[in-house]
Design a protein around this ligand. Structure first.
Ligand SMILES: [Cu+2]
Length: 102
């Protein structure tokens, strides 16, 4: 009986370091490089609309709004700027964590 209870623990032990077991179910945040043009900035609402290029493995080029991690990301960024940055995908949400002018 003891052995039966311990088995899942042992099986979990090996992938723990890489994928994680149980908590999150391997649903880790992914970070993508993003490039494009700023269409609109709303620092108060921590939002930015980008006309972005293809993001390989995620989506095609399009114009869409993004949430930003914090208002600081938008410092010095304005509509019309060519930018590149990092996009984090967290549980289906798209969050810009870094944005820089070219
Ligand atoms: Cu998009």
């Amino acid at each position: 009986m003891k052995t039966f209870l311990l088995l899942p623990l042992v099986v979990c032990w090996i992938p723990l370091a890489s994928m994680g077991c149980g908590r999150g179910g391997g649903d880790k945040d992914k970070v993508y490089d993003i490039k494009g043009k700023v269409v609109a900035v709303d620092a108060d609402k921590k939002k930015v609309t980008l006309d972005h290029d293809d993001i390989p493995g995620l989506m095609k080029a399009m114009e869409m709004p993004f949430a930003v991690e914090n208002a600081k990301v938008l410092e010095g960024i304005k509509a019309g700027d060519q930018v590149h940055g990092k996009l984090k995908v967290k549980g289906g949400d798209y969050i810009i964590v870094e944005l820089r002018k070219h």
